[in-house]
Design a binder for this molecule. Structure first.
Ligand code: NAD
Length: 480
């Protein structure tokens, strides 16, 4: 059976204590690999390696660092099929999705930041006849990157690439639920010739391997993506040590459909924004608000689309919905379906676990599920479910829908469907969301700031924001 290893100081190594954890394939419910159950000793070794590598790495010209990152990007592209298969096996997502979204985006992350570092500039403030002030942006040092299970390689590389491009050395931990592609990445980094210790990947649980990263005094910043509760814990632990924090957390995103929209396009994209990756994308729009005059036609077309979303083996090209990531997560989502019934919702589609034949008989499959008739402020409409469950709610006015859309503790993303440009901009600016899509969803330009308001996080990733995060500005003043 496959046994993953840590990547420390340029080598694939077993965990210091020799302990391993089972890793389950969600589509089959069977253990398919073992991963290091790392602890503080592994993190200490990884951090020491990163500290030793730092002086040479930060001195390397940005162009040379960039070339190595672009090389890693090329190797990811070369191995696209193998990585897509691994991601699908580890996460349960359809291999077609991993092939078209996850892995290409991981390659883009390295290519983007490999070149971005060469365009990163700092400011000069010239005081006529008095002084010249300029800003130097120093790499922060050794930083920690911790990522979740829903878009494993995509989000892992979204943190690592800018950190390395900025001249930092990294101790990174992927989710223990989906570690496989991070392990394959470590093999590619060795092949690319990344200097030893520049990137270290430690596998293990949050308490076992994540906690020592956030506590280690030698790690100067934490870039974290995951749940809001974990983010709160990380902030409480790391903030008193004055670590810089970037926290990308949960969401409960509204999808607002005005009567003047292109209905066909709104339905088509809403099916994706509701159920892509089994609804396990932080940007999925799980609260669909539809202007009353088109509520029934929208509902009819949307439910027809839901009925066509085949749940099946993620390895099968015809499957539109794969497995949920774990049994525990499936149970959590089912508990919200029970809650939706208790809160008075009417089930319009799905609601049941799916049992498949053959190799997937024990997999964690769920029907795409739609409810209506729930109060906008009930728990199902306020709490993050992070699965293939959405609610439909009619609205009568812009003010009403804005109150509901903004009525949760989250503020990550929102979608607006309308042909009225004035309204689109007006509503966008009133939404308490870090990201707003108008007549689209998940359209990403890697230069734009990415992140959430309220309990969806602190700080922004993407483009120059990420390079700024991983650097410390220093002001230098020369008296003229
Ligand atoms: P999680 O918070 O349970 O785990 C995320 C990572 O944190 C994992 O690697 C985990 O091992 C680690 N971790 C857990 N406890 C830790 C600790 N004490 N110290 C250090 N690390 C620790 O989240 P998850 O269940 O893996 O992911 C789902 C969540 O992620 C959802 O809430 C989703 O909305 C959020 N998410 C947000 C974004 C975004 O960009 N805002 C993107 C994807 C997912």
């Amino acid at each position: 059976m496959l046994q993953l290893q840590n990547y420390i100081n340029g080598h694939l190594v077993p965990p210091a204590a020799g302990r391993y954890l089972p890793n389950i394939e969600p589509a089959t419910g069977q253990v398919f690999s073992h991963i290091p159950d790392s602890d503080a000793e592994d993190v200490a070794r990884a951090t020491a390696a990163a500290q030793a590598a730092l002086p040479a790495w930060r001195r390397l010209p940005a162009e040379d660092r960039g070339k190595l990152l672009v090389r890693i990007s090329e190797l990811i592209e070369r191995d696209l099929e193998r990585l897509a298969q691994a991601e699908s096996q580890d996460n349960g997502k359809p291999v077609s999705l991993a092939r078209s979204v996850d892995i290409p985006r991981a390659a883009s992350n390295f290519a983007f930041f490999g070149t971005a570092a060469q365009h990163f500039a700092s400011e000069t403030h010239f005081q006529e006849g008095v002084a010249l002030n300029y800003t130097v942006r120093h790499p922060l040092g050794v930083v920690g990157c911790i990522s979740p299970w829903n878009l494993p390689l995509y989000l892992f590389t979204w943190k690592i690439a800018p950190a390395l491009a900025a001249g930092c050395c990294v101790v990174a931990k992927p989710s223990e639920i989906t570690p496989y592609t991070a392990f394959l990445l470590s093999e590619l980094c060795i092949e690319a010739g990344l200097p030893a210790g520049v990137l270290n990947i430690v596998h293990g649980t949050g308490p076992g391997a994540g906690q020592p990263i956030i506590e280690h005094p030698g790690i100067k910043a934490i870039s974290f993506t995951g749940g809001t509760k974990t983010g709160e814990h990380i902030a409480r632990t790391a903030a008193p040590m004055f670590k810089k924090l970037s926290l990308e957390l949960g969401g409960k995103n509204p999808n607002i459909i005005f009567a003047d929209c292109d209905l066909t396009e709104a339905v088509r994209t809403s099916l994706r924004s509701s159920f892509a990756n089994q609804g396990q994308i932080c940007l999925c729009g799980s609260r669909i608000f539809v202007e009353r005059s088109i509520y029934e036609p929208f509902k009819r077309e949307f439910l027809a689309g839901v009925a066509a979303l085949t749940v099946g083996d993620p390895q099968d090209g015809g499957s539109r919905q794969g497995a949920l990531v774990s049994e525990a997560h499936l149970e959590k989502v089912l508990s919200y379906i029970a809650l939706a019934h208790e809160e008075g919702g009417t089930l319009l589609a799905g609601g049941q676990r799916v049992t498949l034949d053959g190799r997937c008989a024990e997999g964690y499959f769920l029907q795409p599920t739609v409810f209506e008739g729930l109060a906008p402020d009930c728990r199902v409409n306020r709490e993050e479910i992070f699965g293939p469950v959405v609610t439909l709610t009619p609205f009568d006015s812009e003010e009403e829908v804005l109150t509901w859309a903004n009525g949760t503790e989250y503020g990550l993303a929102a979608t607006i469907w309308t042909r009225d440009l004035n309204r689109a901009h007006r509503v966008a600016h009133e939404l308490h969301s870090g990201i707003v899509w108008i007549n689209s969803w998940l359209h990403r330009d890697l230069r734009t700031p990415f992140g959430g308001m309220k309990n969806s996080g602190v700080g922004r990733e993407g483009g120059l924001e990420a390079l700024r995060f991983f650097t410390e500005p220093q002001s230098v003043t020369v008296k003229l």
